[in-house]
Design a binder for this molecule. Structure first.
Ligand code: PEP
Ligand code: MN
Length: 340
C-alpha cells in the first residue's frame, strides 16, 4: 500500500505520519520524486482502511493498494525513471550506454588493447570478467584478483568506468574500486549475495537468470533495493527455451514489459543471448528499437583465441562498425550516450 503525500509536506509532519503507521506494526520506506513523496507500507495491509487514513491525515493526497509482491522497484511506487550513476556515466531516462569488453580479462596487453579500442569506438563502460562462473570445473576461471587489478589499470588508462562480476559475497571487499558490480545470471537468486550488494553503495547490474520469470527478476532487484541500494540496472540476456540453434533465446518483450513494471533502467546483452557473433548486431538494433537503456556487448582483440565466449565476441573492427550504426539509431530514439 502507498500513500502519496501532498507537495511541500514538512519534515515533522512526515515523521509523525510515519510514526503512526509504524506503531501499527508496518515497515515503511520513502520514495522521493520531483513532485511527490510516497510512503510505502510493507506488511499485511489488508486491515488498513485506506480512505480512513486519507481522511484523518491531511498531508496525504491519496492512497493506493500495490498488489504486486515487489514494492520498491515498482513503478507505481516511484513513477519517474531511476537514473543510475555508473562511475559518472548515467544510465536511464534518455541516457543510453554501451558496455563493452571481453568475456574474461586474460592479460594486460589484451585488456588495455580492448579498452582503448572500444572507447575510441564509443563504448562508455568497460566490462571484463575476473571471477568467471563456468559450467565445467576444468574451464578457465578467470584471473581473479589479478584480473581486477588489470581492469583497474585499464580504467586508469582510458577513464572508462568498469563493470565486473562478483560470484559470492566474500569477494566483495575486493570490489572497492569497481564502478558497477555485476550479479550474473547464475546468481540471480543467490539471496545472501543480493542482500550484501544491497548493503554496498555501488550500482548493481543484475542479469536475468537462465530460467527466471520477469517477476522473479523484479523480486531479486527488490532484495537489493530493500537493503537501501536503489542503483540497480536490470539486464535481459536471453533465457533457456527448446530452441538449440542459439545459446539462449533473447526475450525482447522483457524490455518494454519491465519498463512498464519498474522504474529501473533495463539493458540488453545480445552476446550471451545469441552465443553467435553474427546475431549480435541485429539483436543490438532490436534492443534499441524496443526501448532498452543500454547494451552489453562482448568484444575481443582476437576472438578465435579467446579463453571464454569467443564464438559470440565481436572483434574490434566489427564492434567499431556496429557502433557507427548504433550511434545513429540511439540519436534517432532521442537518447544521449556518455556523460550528460
Ligand atoms: C558474463 O557477462 O560474462 C556472464 C557470465 O553473463 P551471464 O551471467 O549472463 O551468463
Ligand atoms: Mn561471457
Amino acid at each position: 500500500m502507498i500513500f502519496v503525500l501532498k507537495p511541500g509536506v514538512s519534515k515533522p509532519d512526515l515523521d509523525l505520519f510515519i510514526q503512526k503507521i509504524e506503531a501499527r506494526g508496518f515497515k515503511t520506506f520513502l520514495s522521493t520524486g520531483t513532485d511527490h513523496t510516497v510512503v510505502c507500507l510493507i506488511g499485511n495491509t489488508a486491515t488498513i482502511d485506506l480512505d480512513a487514513v486519507v481522511q484523518t491525515n491531511n498531508i496525504v493526497e491519496y492512497g493506493k493498494r500495490v498488489t504486486e509482491p515487489y514494492k520498491a522497484v515498482n513503478r507505481t511506487v516511484h513513477p519517474e525513471d531511476t537514473v543510475v550513476n555508473a562511475g559518472g556515466v548515467l544510465i536511464g531516462e534518455g541516457m543510453f550506454q554501451v558496455i563493452s569488453g571481453p568475456c574474461s580479462v586474460e592479460s594486460e596487453d589484451q585488456i588495455i588493447k580492448v579498452a582503448k579500442s572500444v572507447k575510441a569506438s564509443g563504448a562508455t563502460l568497460l566490462r571484463g570478467g575476473a571471477f568467471k562462473p563456468r559450467t565445467s570445473p576444468y574451464a578457465f576461471m578467470g584471473l581473479q584478483e589479478d584480473g581486477l587489478r588489470l581492469l583497474l589499470m585499464a580504467k586508469r588508462e582510458t577513464g572508462l568506468p568498469i563493470v565486473t562480476e562478483v560470484m559470492n559475497q566474500t569477494q566483495l571487499p575486493l570490489f572497492e574500486d569497481v564502478d558497477v558490480i555485476q550479479v550474473g545470471a547464475r546468481n540471480m537468486q543467490n539471496f545472501d549475495l543480493l542482500r550484501e550488494v544491497g548493503r554496498s553503495n555501488k550500482p548493481v547490474l543484475l542479469k536475468r537468470g537462465l530460467a527466471n520469470t520477469l517477476e522473479e527478476l523484479l523480486m531479486s532487484a527488490e532484495y537489493i533495493m530493500s537493503e537501501g541500494n536503489s542503483q540497480v540496472i536490470l539486464c535481459e540476456r536471453g533465457i533457456r527455451t527448446f530452441e538449440t540453434s542459439t545459446r539462449n533465446t533473447l526475450d525482447l518483450s522483457a524490455v518494454p514489459l519491465l519498463k512498464q513494471k519498474t522504474h529501473l533502467p533495463v539493458i540488453v546483452d545480445p552476446s550471451h543471448a545469441a552465443g553467435l557473433r553474427g546475431l549480435v548486431a541485429p539483436l543490438a538494433r532490436a534492443a534499441i528499437a524496443v526501448g532498452a537503456d543500454g547494451l552489453m556487448i562482448e568484444t575481443h582483440n582476437d576472438p578465435a583465441k579467446a579463453l571464454c565466449d569467443g564464438a559470440q565476441s565481436l572483434d574490434l573492427v566489427q564492434f567499431n562498425d556496429l557502433m557507427d550504426d548504433l550511434k545513429l539509431r540511439i540519436a534517432f530514439e532521442g537518447k544521449l550516450m556518455g556523460t550528460a
